[in-house]
Design a protein around this ligand. Sequence first.
Ligand code: PAF
Length: 294
Amino acid sequence: MSMEVIQTVDGLWRAKHQLCSEFAAKEQKRPYVGFVPTMGNLHDGHLSLVRRMVDECDVSAVSIFVNPTQFGPGEDFNEYPRTPEADLMRCEDAGVDIVFIPESGALYAPDHSTEVIVRKLTDGYCGAARPGHFAGVTLVVAKLLNIVHPDIAYFGQKDYQQFRVIERMVRDLDFPLDIVMSPTVREPDGLAMSSRNAYLGDDERRAAATIYEGLEALADAFAAGQDGAEALKEVARSKLADMVQLEYLEIADAWSLEPKESAASGDVVLVAAKVGGIRLIDNIILAAGEENAD
Ligand code: PAF
Protein backbone atom coordinates (compact mmCIF):
# COMPACT_ATOMS: atom_id res chain seq x y z
CA MET A 1 0.00 0.00 0.00
CA SER A 2 1.43 3.41 -0.88
CA MET A 3 2.03 6.10 1.73
CA GLU A 4 -0.47 8.96 1.97
CA VAL A 5 0.94 12.48 2.26
CA ILE A 6 -1.63 14.80 3.84
CA GLN A 7 -1.53 18.56 4.41
CA THR A 8 -4.85 19.36 6.07
CA VAL A 9 -6.55 18.30 9.29
CA ASP A 10 -9.71 16.97 7.58
CA GLY A 11 -7.55 15.24 4.97
CA LEU A 12 -5.77 13.49 7.83
CA TRP A 13 -9.06 12.45 9.47
CA ARG A 14 -10.38 11.05 6.16
CA ALA A 15 -7.17 9.15 5.33
CA LYS A 16 -6.91 7.70 8.82
CA HIS A 17 -10.59 6.72 8.88
CA GLN A 18 -10.24 4.99 5.51
CA LEU A 19 -7.10 3.08 6.49
CA CYS A 20 -8.56 2.03 9.84
CA SER A 21 -11.84 0.89 8.23
CA GLU A 22 -9.97 -1.15 5.64
CA PHE A 23 -7.84 -2.74 8.35
CA ALA A 24 -10.90 -3.52 10.52
CA ALA A 25 -12.79 -5.05 7.58
CA LYS A 26 -9.85 -7.27 6.66
CA GLU A 27 -8.60 -8.26 10.12
CA GLN A 28 -11.90 -8.15 12.02
CA LYS A 29 -10.35 -6.05 14.76
CA ARG A 30 -9.68 -2.42 15.49
CA PRO A 31 -6.20 -1.34 14.37
CA TYR A 32 -3.56 -0.20 16.86
CA VAL A 33 -2.51 3.25 15.63
CA GLY A 34 1.01 4.61 16.20
CA PHE A 35 2.32 8.16 15.85
CA VAL A 36 5.74 9.81 15.71
CA PRO A 37 5.61 13.64 15.76
CA THR A 38 8.70 15.30 14.24
CA MET A 39 9.95 18.59 12.92
CA GLY A 40 11.38 16.81 9.86
CA ASN A 41 15.02 16.67 8.73
CA LEU A 42 14.75 13.01 9.70
CA HIS A 43 17.94 11.31 10.85
CA ASP A 44 18.60 7.84 12.24
CA GLY A 45 17.33 8.95 15.66
CA HIS A 46 13.88 9.75 14.23
CA LEU A 47 14.00 6.67 12.04
CA SER A 48 14.58 4.39 15.02
CA LEU A 49 11.27 5.69 16.45
CA VAL A 50 9.54 5.37 13.09
CA ARG A 51 10.76 1.81 12.51
CA ARG A 52 9.74 0.77 16.01
CA MET A 53 6.26 2.24 15.42
CA VAL A 54 5.86 0.48 12.05
CA ASP A 55 6.93 -2.75 13.69
CA GLU A 56 4.55 -2.46 16.66
CA CYS A 57 1.47 -0.84 15.10
CA ASP A 58 -1.17 -1.70 12.49
CA VAL A 59 -1.51 1.86 11.17
CA SER A 60 1.39 4.31 11.44
CA ALA A 61 1.50 8.09 11.14
CA VAL A 62 4.37 10.60 11.17
CA SER A 63 3.95 14.37 11.35
CA ILE A 64 6.50 16.76 9.88
CA PHE A 65 5.96 20.30 11.14
CA VAL A 66 8.51 22.91 12.20
CA ASN A 67 6.38 24.31 14.98
CA PRO A 68 6.75 28.11 15.22
CA THR A 69 5.30 28.36 18.73
CA GLN A 70 8.19 26.45 20.33
CA PHE A 71 10.89 28.79 18.99
CA GLY A 72 11.65 31.99 20.88
CA PRO A 73 12.60 35.34 19.35
CA GLY A 74 16.13 35.13 17.93
CA GLU A 75 16.08 31.30 17.81
CA ASP A 76 16.63 29.28 14.63
CA PHE A 77 13.03 28.87 13.38
CA ASN A 78 13.84 30.34 9.94
CA GLU A 79 17.14 28.48 9.60
CA TYR A 80 15.85 25.16 10.97
CA PRO A 81 16.72 22.56 8.28
CA ARG A 82 13.71 21.67 6.11
CA THR A 83 14.17 18.59 3.90
CA PRO A 84 10.63 17.42 3.03
CA GLU A 85 11.44 15.36 -0.09
CA ALA A 86 14.16 13.35 1.66
CA ASP A 87 11.94 12.97 4.76
CA LEU A 88 9.05 11.60 2.71
CA MET A 89 11.33 9.09 1.01
CA ARG A 90 12.66 7.92 4.38
CA CYS A 91 9.12 7.51 5.73
CA GLU A 92 8.04 5.59 2.65
CA ASP A 93 11.11 3.31 2.88
CA ALA A 94 10.30 2.67 6.55
CA GLY A 95 6.75 1.59 5.65
CA VAL A 96 4.83 4.52 7.18
CA ASP A 97 1.13 4.69 6.19
CA ILE A 98 0.41 8.40 6.62
CA VAL A 99 2.62 11.50 6.73
CA PHE A 100 0.91 14.65 7.98
CA ILE A 101 2.83 17.69 6.73
CA PRO A 102 0.65 20.74 7.34
CA GLU A 103 1.35 24.38 6.57
CA SER A 104 1.40 26.57 9.68
CA GLY A 105 -2.01 28.03 8.72
CA ALA A 106 -3.57 24.55 8.69
CA LEU A 107 -2.66 24.10 12.37
CA TYR A 108 -2.88 27.58 13.91
CA ALA A 109 -5.82 29.91 13.32
CA PRO A 110 -4.56 33.51 13.10
CA ASP A 111 -6.40 34.29 16.36
CA HIS A 112 -5.54 31.07 18.20
CA SER A 113 -5.57 31.85 21.91
CA THR A 114 -5.42 28.58 23.84
CA GLU A 115 -2.42 27.62 25.93
CA VAL A 116 -1.35 24.25 27.29
CA ILE A 117 1.06 24.80 30.17
CA VAL A 118 2.75 22.14 32.29
CA ARG A 119 4.02 23.86 35.42
CA LYS A 120 7.11 23.11 37.54
CA LEU A 121 8.62 20.46 35.26
CA THR A 122 9.17 23.22 32.70
CA ASP A 123 10.74 25.73 35.10
CA GLY A 124 14.36 24.57 34.90
CA TYR A 125 16.89 23.34 32.37
CA CYS A 126 15.69 23.97 28.79
CA GLY A 127 12.58 25.67 30.19
CA ALA A 128 14.74 28.29 31.91
CA ALA A 129 17.04 28.73 28.92
CA ARG A 130 14.22 28.90 26.35
CA PRO A 131 11.25 30.75 27.91
CA GLY A 132 7.99 29.69 26.26
CA HIS A 133 9.58 26.72 24.49
CA PHE A 134 7.69 24.00 26.37
CA ALA A 135 4.39 25.86 26.13
CA GLY A 136 4.86 25.69 22.35
CA VAL A 137 5.74 22.00 22.50
CA THR A 138 2.78 21.02 24.68
CA LEU A 139 0.41 23.12 22.56
CA VAL A 140 1.45 21.50 19.29
CA VAL A 141 1.69 17.98 20.73
CA ALA A 142 -1.78 18.32 22.29
CA LYS A 143 -3.13 19.47 18.92
CA LEU A 144 -1.37 16.69 17.00
CA LEU A 145 -2.60 14.02 19.45
CA ASN A 146 -6.14 15.34 19.05
CA ILE A 147 -5.82 15.33 15.27
CA VAL A 148 -4.18 11.93 14.85
CA HIS A 149 -5.79 10.15 17.84
CA PRO A 150 -3.09 7.48 18.13
CA ASP A 151 -3.09 4.60 20.60
CA ILE A 152 0.63 5.11 21.16
CA ALA A 153 3.13 7.90 20.44
CA TYR A 154 6.91 7.61 20.39
CA PHE A 155 9.46 10.22 21.54
CA GLY A 156 13.27 10.17 21.77
CA GLN A 157 15.17 10.07 25.06
CA LYS A 158 17.53 12.78 23.77
CA ASP A 159 14.81 15.34 24.61
CA TYR A 160 14.42 13.94 28.12
CA GLN A 161 12.77 16.97 29.74
CA GLN A 162 10.40 17.25 26.77
CA PHE A 163 9.40 13.62 27.26
CA ARG A 164 8.64 14.08 30.97
CA VAL A 165 6.66 17.26 30.21
CA ILE A 166 4.58 15.56 27.51
CA GLU A 167 4.07 12.52 29.74
CA ARG A 168 2.74 14.82 32.49
CA MET A 169 0.42 16.61 30.07
CA VAL A 170 -0.91 13.28 28.77
CA ARG A 171 -1.56 12.08 32.33
CA ASP A 172 -3.03 15.33 33.65
CA LEU A 173 -5.33 15.88 30.66
CA ASP A 174 -6.32 12.19 30.30
CA PHE A 175 -5.22 11.81 26.71
CA PRO A 176 -6.17 8.21 25.93
CA LEU A 177 -2.86 6.86 24.70
CA ASP A 178 0.45 5.34 25.76
CA ILE A 179 3.61 7.28 25.27
CA VAL A 180 6.97 5.63 24.86
CA MET A 181 10.52 6.92 25.27
CA SER A 182 12.97 5.32 22.87
CA PRO A 183 16.77 5.32 23.44
CA THR A 184 18.97 8.09 22.03
CA VAL A 185 20.69 7.17 18.77
CA ARG A 186 24.33 8.29 18.61
CA GLU A 187 27.02 8.97 16.06
CA PRO A 188 30.00 6.53 16.24
CA ASP A 189 31.86 8.99 18.54
CA GLY A 190 28.88 9.17 20.91
CA LEU A 191 27.39 12.54 19.91
CA ALA A 192 23.60 12.31 20.19
CA MET A 193 21.96 12.61 16.77
CA SER A 194 20.26 15.95 16.28
CA SER A 195 19.22 18.07 13.32
CA ARG A 196 21.35 20.87 14.80
CA ASN A 197 24.58 18.78 14.47
CA ALA A 198 24.56 19.81 10.80
CA TYR A 199 25.35 23.39 11.89
CA LEU A 200 28.68 22.30 13.49
CA GLY A 201 32.05 22.89 11.76
CA ASP A 202 34.74 20.16 11.98
CA ASP A 203 36.42 21.48 15.16
CA GLU A 204 33.05 22.12 16.79
CA ARG A 205 31.89 18.65 15.82
CA ARG A 206 34.93 17.10 17.54
CA ALA A 207 34.42 19.28 20.62
CA ALA A 208 30.71 18.35 20.74
CA ALA A 209 31.60 14.67 21.11
CA THR A 210 33.20 15.43 24.50
CA ILE A 211 29.72 16.13 25.92
CA TYR A 212 28.90 12.42 25.82
CA GLU A 213 32.45 11.55 26.93
CA GLY A 214 31.74 13.64 30.02
CA LEU A 215 28.41 11.91 30.62
CA GLU A 216 29.99 8.48 30.28
CA ALA A 217 32.85 9.37 32.62
CA LEU A 218 30.33 10.62 35.18
CA ALA A 219 28.26 7.45 34.84
CA ASP A 220 31.37 5.27 35.19
CA ALA A 221 32.43 7.13 38.33
CA PHE A 222 28.91 6.59 39.75
CA ALA A 223 29.02 2.88 38.85
CA ALA A 224 32.37 2.68 40.64
CA GLY A 225 30.75 3.93 43.85
CA GLN A 226 31.03 7.73 43.85
CA ASP A 227 27.66 9.38 44.58
CA GLY A 228 28.30 13.02 45.54
CA ALA A 229 26.63 15.05 42.80
CA GLU A 230 29.22 17.86 42.85
CA ALA A 231 32.18 15.47 42.53
CA LEU A 232 30.42 13.52 39.79
CA LYS A 233 29.63 16.69 37.83
CA GLU A 234 33.30 17.69 38.12
CA VAL A 235 34.26 14.36 36.50
CA ALA A 236 32.05 15.24 33.53
CA ARG A 237 33.26 18.85 33.31
CA SER A 238 36.89 17.69 33.23
CA LYS A 239 36.24 15.85 29.95
CA LEU A 240 34.72 18.78 28.08
CA ALA A 241 36.70 20.46 25.30
CA ASP A 242 37.42 24.19 25.83
CA MET A 243 35.01 25.05 23.05
CA VAL A 244 32.09 23.55 24.99
CA GLN A 245 30.25 26.21 27.01
CA LEU A 246 28.07 24.48 29.60
CA GLU A 247 24.57 25.87 30.06
CA TYR A 248 23.55 23.32 32.67
CA LEU A 249 24.79 19.99 33.98
CA GLU A 250 22.59 18.44 36.66
CA ILE A 251 21.91 15.11 38.29
CA ALA A 252 18.18 14.94 38.81
CA ASP A 253 15.36 12.68 39.89
CA ALA A 254 14.18 10.91 36.74
CA TRP A 255 10.48 11.81 37.26
CA SER A 256 10.35 15.14 39.08
CA LEU A 257 13.61 16.46 37.56
CA GLU A 258 14.48 17.89 40.99
CA PRO A 259 18.29 18.24 41.33
CA LYS A 260 19.96 15.70 43.63
CA GLU A 261 22.90 16.23 45.99
CA SER A 262 23.53 12.52 46.24
CA ALA A 263 23.07 10.48 43.06
CA ALA A 264 21.10 7.23 42.99
CA SER A 265 20.57 4.52 40.43
CA GLY A 266 17.84 5.58 37.98
CA ASP A 267 18.62 9.30 38.29
CA VAL A 268 19.07 11.23 35.07
CA VAL A 269 22.05 13.40 34.21
CA LEU A 270 20.89 16.32 32.08
CA VAL A 271 23.25 18.50 30.09
CA ALA A 272 22.96 21.42 27.69
CA ALA A 273 25.91 23.23 26.16
CA LYS A 274 26.74 25.56 23.35
CA VAL A 275 29.49 24.68 20.90
CA GLY A 276 30.32 27.50 18.49
CA GLY A 277 26.95 29.06 19.29
CA ILE A 278 25.03 25.83 18.55
CA ARG A 279 22.96 24.61 21.46
CA LEU A 280 23.13 20.85 22.10
CA ILE A 281 21.44 18.71 24.76
CA ASP A 282 22.05 15.19 26.00
CA ASN A 283 21.40 12.96 29.02
CA ILE A 284 22.19 9.59 30.52
CA ILE A 285 20.43 7.44 33.14
CA LEU A 286 22.64 6.28 36.01
CA ALA A 287 22.90 2.59 36.82
CA ALA A 288 24.85 1.23 39.80
CA GLY A 289 27.64 -1.13 38.86
CA GLU A 290 26.30 -2.05 35.42
CA GLU A 291 25.82 -0.60 31.95
CA ASN A 292 24.36 2.90 31.93
CA ALA A 293 21.13 3.21 29.98
CA ASP A 294 20.80 5.92 27.37
O1 PAF B 1 10.96 16.85 19.48
C1 PAF B 1 10.52 17.46 18.48
O2 PAF B 1 10.93 17.24 17.34
C2 PAF B 1 9.43 18.50 18.70
O3 PAF B 1 9.60 19.20 19.88
C3 PAF B 1 8.00 17.91 18.60
C4 PAF B 1 7.74 16.90 19.72
C5 PAF B 1 7.81 17.23 17.26
C6 PAF B 1 6.97 19.03 18.73
O4 PAF B 1 7.12 19.98 17.72
